[in-house]
Design a protein around this ligand. Sequence first.
Ligand code: NAD
Ligand code: MG
Length: 425
Amino acid sequence: MDVSEIATENHQTAAVPNDRPTKNVAVLGATGSIGTATVDVLENLHRLDPQFGWRLWAVSGHRNVDCLLDIFNRASAGDWGPRRVVFSDAEAAAECNARERFSTSQQHHEHANTCQLLFGDEALVDVARSPEVDVLVAAIVGRAGLESTIAAIESGKRVGLANKETLVVAGDLVRKKLANSDAKILPVDSEHSAIFQCIANTNAEPKKLILTASGGPFRSATKEQMHEATPKDALAHPTWQMGPKISIDSATMMNKALEIIEARWLFDVPAERIDVAVHPQSIIHSMVEFDDGSVLSQMSPPDMRMPIQYALTYPRRLPCPAPELDLSQPMDLTLLPADLDRFPALKLGFEVAACGGTAGAVVNAANEVAVQLFLDEKIRFTQIVPTCQKVLENHTFESSPTLSRLLELDRWAREEACRCADMDG
Ligand code: NAD
Ligand code: MG
């Protein structure tokens, strides 16, 4: 299936009126950067769009009990949710007395008595499969989001996909599952949302998808400066407020590598028709070039609430809590070529997107481990990408792995990354 077919198919499905009186949304990873932005969007939609009856039906968080309680109180006070609250880390929940704290909060909200507390990873999958859920926002970080996202696809849900790692690890399998279900993926990642918006109303086949990249905090840094970078330096993203893992991925440009792979599977476009351009202002979120040389782009200020809301309301466009472009001030929109020498992650991204098979699962796992080792100050910033390269080289490639084989390789690659990482570097 090509890009325009996906867009057309998405359009047709989304245009069918939903015969339910409510749009029940499950936000997995609700306590993170994307999760809390989604809660903002839903609160606004609940007020603004009463005929759709938007509700935050379920939320999950891993360890941040305070944030999950805040969301619970906020949504319960406005009677727009939730009915399920999942603590995916059951042990952390027990340590923080989550059950007792929730029942105290529940007593303050008349409508909150029907809310169930659930614990552990299995509960994420149960929520994703729940017949009450219309839309799942996949906002868990890393490979931990894989099973629940796949469960939602198998159950025919609309999935607002922030968790790019699902497509990096198992893109080919996810495409096959999409072909056999009524599920639709609507991209939340701003670049992929931009591309989706550029192609949604055309039957023309794009010649090239051009992903923009801010360049991160080390856009102009030398290799020597990057060698000395601390976690604090690397976490200081110039244009986006994000969770720690994706912030480090942006600094290495592994985030763009993961997005190249994500685009390859989401739009079924081969790696050689994907390009990257550096755009420091993060206003142009990506571009699509057509055969006649015309290039379409989507622009908006860097705020994830815009692509999140579009994934929920598509094909409708409604007022959004994200800011609008301010054209009363001069604005530069710079486009620069990507530097594959200073940012070798990009080369790796194109290579993995071209290989498919087991390559994505292996590089993703190695990267998750290497990022954590860097955040724990066990390896240098400049060791992250070479660790991923070594683990990829050391694995035995398979072109059509099953899901259980991918999960086995994920575990192997994590151990191999610890072994390969140069902790004395
Ligand atoms: P974050 O670290 O701020 O939040 C992660 C969420 O996942 C939290 O709710 C956390 O409780 C949960 N979580 C963490 N480990 C878990 C585990 N083992 N099991 C279950 N839940 C777990 O991350 P984020 O920045 O919101 O990113 C979330 C996803 O969205 C990532 O895949 C990221 O690449 C993608 N994304 C983020 C942005 C952004 O602007 N933040 C933009 C595009 C895509
Ligand atoms: Mg992105």
